[in-house]
Design a binder for this molecule. Sequence first.
Ligand SMILES: Nc1ncnc2c1ncn2[C@@H]1O[C@H](COP(=O)(O)OP(=O)(O)OP(=O)(O)O)[C@@H](O)[C@H]1O
Ligand SMILES: [Mg+2]
Length: 265
Amino acid sequence: MTDLLELLTAELFSRLSLPQQAHYAALASTLAQRLKQRQFYDLFPNADRTDVDGSVLIYARYRYPKHLEFFDAGAHYRERCFLAANRVGKTTCGAYETTCHLTGIYPDWWTGRRFDTPVRVWACGRRNETTRDIVQKALLGSVAYDGMHKVLEGSGMIPGSLIGRVTWKRGVEDLTDTVKVKHSTGGWSTLGMKSYEQGRGSFEGTSQHVIWLDEECPMDVYGECLVRTMTTQGMIMLTFTPLEGMSKTVLQFQLEKDKAVLGHM
Ligand SMILES: Nc1ncnc2c1ncn2[C@@H]1O[C@H](COP(=O)(O)OP(=O)(O)OP(=O)(O)O)[C@@H](O)[C@H]1O
Ligand SMILES: [Mg+2]
């Protein structure tokens, strides 16, 4: 598809009539938008994906053994923690698995947990702003305006074409409250955004199948998340760098055998 965008040289383009140029520009822009929306399908390939000059565009998944181990552990543990250094791909990992469960689309190499019905998911960060700028962005891309309407670009991990109805939180600019995501069964999964700064009380209420906590969370919030996933036999994924050292959250994963702690990179 990229080739299509590069097919027309400037010289050829100038030979088109004005309406043809406008039509081509519109097609190229739609194509570019669609390419931005397919990150999920391109990640973790069998072999390195290279550009024409040989440089690697996306590394093969065998180069990410810790990430694969994290996914796999989902089949055996309800509580998992990806405890690792900065910039190693923790958020990417969390966003990827969250997208699998929301959409019901699992790659053929997937050995982790599977849900075969639409799911309810919370994706959470420390503060409202970081939830918006990191977690929401990783899953849904940037927020844009279509005329007067606020829309999601869909350039995050969730394929843009599968994003449905969006509601927005009050009082925090551009932070989504809930987003419907089309599931492979034809139903809709529900993604909710939460932040720890909203307090434990805001985590009360509905049961969830998957809760993804990107950044270390307070123990009272963690306890509430456990309750939310109890009746669904759901799961909790934590992805963070232990900047606070041997905190209670880190210790409980180090000491308790029914929890998986992976990473240590
Ligand atoms: N499997 C992958 N394939 C290709 N690129 C990846 C992969 N995982 C991560 N990256 C890239 O590496 C960079 C860092 O990823 P990410 O933000 O997920 O790391 P992080 O560990 O969450 O970082 P931080 O410590 O800042 O929270 C991003 O640009 C991301 O696109
Ligand atoms: Mg991160």
